[in-house]
Design a protein around this ligand. Structure first.
Ligand code: SF4
Length: 238
């Protein structure tokens, strides 16, 4: 009997491989902006040692797929609006910052407004941690540094950024909300990548809270593909 869930999971893995071939094959020494503001050892394992990141479990892969679908839908909506109104937009546009060895893809940049957006799908737990009654009401630091990295690319190319924002989509209830990111994160991103450059001159940076890992949550098998290579991160120290 055909197992449709298995077919779907295999399909997602095929799409992931196709996407990898299209976007990243032969480009594996560039750092990714999506890892900015997180554990620096992850960049080291991925780009300096060239360790494969491996597949995540099926639940996680399906969640990523859902995120991709929401991204594509919102980006297509923007592209359609831009075409009708004669706006120049960058959507899923490759950016390179050779000075810091960073390569990435921008979700959405509206050139006329100098407005830069990154789309984030999240679960309700994450949503509440930002927008809930006791939420931070601020962009998570790593997301802000990621967006700041895109801003840095535009600044390096003499394109003015007037606004940076994260567009959150709650996967539990389809609510959406925007949160602005101060443009000072462009400088913060530059400092982050400078620090990565400096640290890597000495080899693999030590395990140290606030640097590697930056946040406790990232230091486990689910969120870190290099957990075993790293000897269990902070847990391995005890
Ligand atoms: S296991 Fe922890 S310290 Fe090691 S690379 Fe992963 S996040 Fe960083």
């Amino acid at each position: 009997m055909i197992d449709l869930f298995k077919i779907y999971d295999d399909y997602i893995l095929d799409l992931k491989d196709e996407n990898f071939e299209k976007r990243y094959e032969g480009q594996d020494t560039w750092y990714h902006a999506s890892g900015a503001g997180l554990c620096v050892r992850k960049h080291y394992y991925a780009q300096i040692e060239g360790l494969p990141s491996g597949d995540k479990d099926s639940n996680t892969m399906r969640l990523f797929r859902l995120g991709d679908l929401v991204h594509t839908d919102m980006q297509e909506a923007l592209q359609r609006y831009a075409d009708k109104n004669d706006y120049d937009v960058h959507i899923e546009t490759e950016i390179l910052i050779p000075k810091y060895n960073v390569r990435s893809f921008v979700d959405a940049m509206i050139l006329k407004d100098g407005a830069l957006y990154d789309i984030k799908t999240c679960n309700d737990f994450k949503w509440q941690s930002i927008f809930g009654r006791y939420g931070s009401k601020q962009a998570p630091q790593n997301y802000a540094i990621q967006l700041g990295t895109y801003g840095l690319y535009y600044r390096e190319n003499n394109i003015k950024i007037n606004k940076m924002a994260l567009l959150f989509y709650n996967k539990n209830n389809s609510r959406v909300k925007e949160i602005k990111v101060p443009r000072t994160y462009i400088d913060m991103a530059e400092r982050y990548w400078l620090k990565v450059q400096e640290l890597f001159k000495e080899g693999l940076p030590p395990i140290e809270k606030g640097l590697a890992p930056v946040e406790d949550w990232e230091c486990n098998k689910k969120y870190c593909s290099y957990f075993d290579a790293c000897g269990g991160g902070i847990k391995g120290l005890h």
